[in-house]
Design a protein around this ligand. Structure first.
Ligand code: NAD
Length: 359
């Protein structure tokens, strides 16, 4: 197939990790006979420096004209004192809103070679395979009215039935293709919004008779997530709770640098690692490119509908981790490598896959 992909490298380690992911996508195109074209565009601090705007119109136009968007990360100390509209993160929030992205998918798996990398006991984390579905465009982060003075501040947490329904359907669909278990996380004992959330999920459940639905309060779920993570499959939750819980879940995998995400809902999906711009290691060939490479795999699967190609990328990552190679953030890695060397190894695995060994 022919596909046009906008690449938003962003700030800090963003350009280093997206370079490796783009190289992997090129390897996929070569192996499977596709033609991918890549368009670089500015976002975040790099865009502020160039134009004063963290999301220039030209970037948005390029994203809208693409089949998918691959992003590195935005932000850094150089822009921390800028006014809110000129902060790198506001460019990303605007992009998600402009593309109509309402469902954020964050898979969290614990690779067998990295069970010792988590601060939790290996017997707690081994076999963990979660899919977070976080509502991305509503709730507290976008609620109006909002106001601030030094004496009082207001944020509001609104949700409508259609907003809950559309993201819940994404979660039900994923659960029915996975292990058929869905836990919906809310705070329905205190919040009216959560009562609506729970009602909408219950109303949808009969349409998915093969999916077992469970509700959990966010406070007790936060504990269950790190004490018995293997008990869960798909986790559905609203914007704020999802933001916090999915970062908590990243601890299970052993490093932030491993985890990918996909934001879906509009005609163009956005694919990015969950980590930030990691200014402390930027430009040093130390960043783990795997989160971005696995985001590229999600781009192939969810953005372009190329399942075998996505599996080829995931297989190459799996083989490299099994062989003990990894960047310095992976405590279990027997053969530490830099960003570029690890990316090259994964790319070679896409070209010449090794036979999979059973887990
Ligand atoms: P961060 O994720 O950038 O870094 C947290 C820690 O994890 C750091 O020690 C970093 O070195 C390490 N780390 C992150 N990614 C890594 C990788 N790929 N390989 C190895 N180690 C990695 O979070 P932070 O330090 O809180 O934020 C730094 C900047 O990133 C801030 O400006 C923040 O606003 C921004 N940020 C952006 C996004 C995004 O673009 N989606 C997300 C979170 C934070």
């Amino acid at each position: 197939m022919d596909a046009h992909i906008t690449v938003l490298a962003g700030d800090g380690v963003g350009p280093e990790v997206t370079a490796e992911a783009v190289a992997c996508l090129s390897a996929v195109a070569e192996r499977f006979g596709h033609r991918f074209t890549f368009q670089d565009a500015l976002i975040g601090g790099a865009a502020v420096d160039a134009s004063g705007d963290p999301l220039p119109e030209a970037t948005l136009t390029s994203c809208r004209a693409s089949h998918a968007v691959l992003l590195g990360a935005v932000g850094g100390p150089a822009w921390d004192r800028h006014p809110r509209a000129q902060r790198p993160e506001s460019g990303l929030l605007r992009l998600r809103k402009a593309l109509g992205l309402f469902a954020n998918l964050r898979p969290v798996t614990v690779h067998p070679a990295l069970e010792d990398a988590s601060p939790l006991k290996p017997e707690v984390v081994c076999g963990t395979d979660l899919m977070f579905v976080r509502e991305l465009s509503g709730g507290l982060y976008f609620g109006e009215p909002r106001s601030y003075s030094d004496d009082a501040a207001v944020n509001t947490l609104p949700y409508t039935r259609p907003e809950v329904e559309r993201v819940a359907k994404v979660a039900f669909d994923l659960a029915s293709r996975r292990r058929k278990r869905l836990v919906s996380v809310d705070k329905a004992n205190v919040l009216e919004t959560s009562r609506l959330w729970r009602k909408v999920v219950d109303d949808l459940a009969p349409a998915y008779p093969d999916v077992a639905v469970q509700h959990a309060y966010v406070d007790s779920f936060a504990m269950a997530l790190i004490t018995r993570p293997r008990d869960f499959d798909v986790v559905l939750t609203e914007n704020l709770f999802g933001d916090i819980l999915s970062d908590e879940a990243a601890v299970l995998a052993g490093s932030l640098g491993l985890l990918p995400s996909a934001s879906l809902g509009g005609s163009v999906g956005l694919f990015e690692p969950i980590h930030g711009s990691a200014p402390d290691i930027a430009g040093q060939d130390r960043a783990n490119p795997i989160g971005t490479i696995l985001s590229a795999a999600m781009l192939l699967r969810h953005g372009l509908g190329l399942e075998a190609e996505a599996a080829a990328v995931e297989g190459a990552v799996d083989a490299v981790l099994r062989s003990g190679h990894g960047t310095g953030d992976l405590q279990g890695a027997r053969h530490p490598q830099g960003t570029r060397a690890l990316g090259t190894r994964i790319r070679e695995g896409i070209h010449a896959p090794v036979a999979a060994t059973p887990r």
